[in-house]
Design a protein around this ligand. Structure first.
Ligand code: PHE
Length: 467
């Protein structure tokens, strides 16, 4: 089996694909807004420390597991644990989580694509109506957009690792960098742009508290695509000669740089639209930021550059977010795809058809849960309010299970697979690793405070969300 296993054609291909997974909607809008609300530069510093000292070791551990096993996450847990039934649950979660997060992410990507199409049709003025979004998500046209997004994702994935995922990343990632830089360059010329930049970068440490720290760590964790089996799966497509240590660093740096740069696009736009913006009143949710507030800002550009000009800027913005979302979606669907191929012996095509059906049904159900179908809209009740199917998927898998999966990776690598094996795997392709400070730090942190922090986050989320 393993001789036939497809691989990325180069380390760059792997890095671009993994960075493509990491760079997503969270980077482009979620990160800048939460940084500005929560202490600007102070948040940026804390975030960078979390990425370097907490997320990077977890990322290296995930990659090491995947490359060593040359298997999907379920197979990796099985193989590296010597078939232990104790770890089967962790393996199942490592595949079920991306499957369910794919559903949640698909719903949002479909909206992005819908807004992209609408700006292309010249309907920016309609999008800027504050009530538009509520109507839009309950219109049947959403299903047409859904078909297009599903088609794009499947067309990329059916090409496999080298001709699908890698090729798409090699086109989409550079395109994304160009679009982002172009938007930043334009936005910085707007009136009051610098006021936005100031709020974003000037540190205000008085905003720091336990919940901001927790939020920053969760944001970093999600942004780097940890706990979803993605990096394990992608790393299973690289060879023993490749350097995972520097690969992981490159992915973390790229993801963080894109997130930081996105702030230089979003904040100046917000402040030039309204110089008296009170950052603490900005909506916490990326969804209302992207689909309600930003269209108004984009439309307002028409006083400067005319309606067509504003529509072009809006189109470029939604294209940027769409590219970021597609590479993330591809990475997350690849995990259960790899599992079906390896564990069930399916062909890639058959696996994709099965998953398109399963993810499709759940995505449709989530889409219907914003009001179109009552029982899905009020599926259940916990934490003091009614929850829709979409809420449940988000709360359970994104908010709760993600840190749990991270915890499993730490415990597995340190206490079952063992430090020596992790070091050995990370040293392959990275000669300086053995005996380095980094090796000592990774082994120490993964066996002590990182799992402790992830456990605390998990318990805290369960307690606050569900009780
Ligand atoms: N890292 C992505 C983001 O920031 C999150 C993500 C990755 C979501 C892969 C789904 C799949 O948006």
């Amino acid at each position: 089996m393993s001789e036939k296993r497809e691989h990325f054609s180069s380390r760059l291909g792997f890095i671009l694909a993994a960075a493509g997974s990491a760079v997503g909607i969270g980077n482009l809008v979620g990160f800048p807004v939460s940084a500005t609300k929560n202490g600007g530069g102070a948040f940026l510093i804390v975030y960078a420390l979390f990425v370097a000292f907490i997320c990077l070791p977890v990322m290296m551990a995930e990659m090491a597991m995947g490359r060593k096993a040359q298997k999907d996450p379920y197979g990796a847990y099985r193989q590296l644990s010597g078939n232990s039934p104790r770890w089967r649950g962790a393996g199942i979660l490592a595949v079920l989580t991306p499957f369910m997060i794919a559903v949640f992410y698909m719903v949002i990507t479909v909206w992005i694509f819908g807004y992209l199409a609408q700006t292309a049709f010249g309907n920016l003025d309609a999008l800027a109506d504050p009530d538009n979004f509520g109507r839009f998500i309950n219109e049947y046209s959403v299903f047409a957009y859904m078909l297009v997004v599903a088609l794009v994702v499947n067309l990329i994935l059916v090409g496999g690792v080298k001709d699908g995922i890698e090729k798409a990343a090699k086109f989409l990632m550079p395109a994304l960098f160009v679009l982002l830089i172009a938007l930043v360059a334009y936005v910085l010329t707007l009136d009051n742009a610098m006021a936005g930049v100031r709020y974003y970068v000037v540190p205000d440490f008085s905003k720091m508290n336990a919940s901001v720290l927790n939020g920053a760590l969760s944001q970093a964790f999600f942004s780097l695509s940890l706990g979803m089996g993605i990096l394990m799966t992608y790393a299973s497509y690289i060879s023993k000669k490749d350097d995972i240590v520097s690969g992981a660093k490159m992915v973390a740096i790229t993801d963080s740089l894109v997130a930081f740069t996105a702030g230089l696009m979003v904040l100046p736009a917000i402040f030039s639209f309204n110089p008296n913006t009170d950052p603490s009143e900005l909506s916490e949710s990326s969804v209302s930021m992207i689909f309600v507030y930003l269209p108004q800002i984009l439309l307002a550009l028409q006083t400067d550059i005319g309606y067509v000009g504003a529509s072009i800027v809006a189109f470029v913005f939604f294209l940027l977010v769409f590219f970021a979302a597609i590479t993330s979606l591809v990475s997350i669907v690849e995990v259960p795809t790899a599992t079906l191929i390896e564990e069930k012996g399916y062909s890639r095509k058959k696996a994709l058809v099965v998953l398109a059906g399963a993810i499709g049904v759940l995505t449709v159900a989530c889409t219907l849960s914003f009001g179109m179908v009552d029982w899905l809209t009020q599926l259940t009740n916990y934490g003091g309010s009614d929850k829709s199917m979409f809420d449940v998927v988000y709360d359970v898998f994104y908010d709760t299970i993600l840190p749990l999966n991270g915890l499993m990776v730490c415990l597995f690598v340190m206490y079952r697979w063992k430090k020596a094996k992790l070091s050995e795997e990370l040293s392959q392709g990275c000669e300086g690793y053995a005996g380095s400070f980094m090796e000592k730090y990774v082994n120490f942190s993964l066996s002590t405070f990182i799992p402790a922090i992830l456990l605390l986050i998990f318990i805290n989320t369960v307690a606050t969300k569900f009780f």
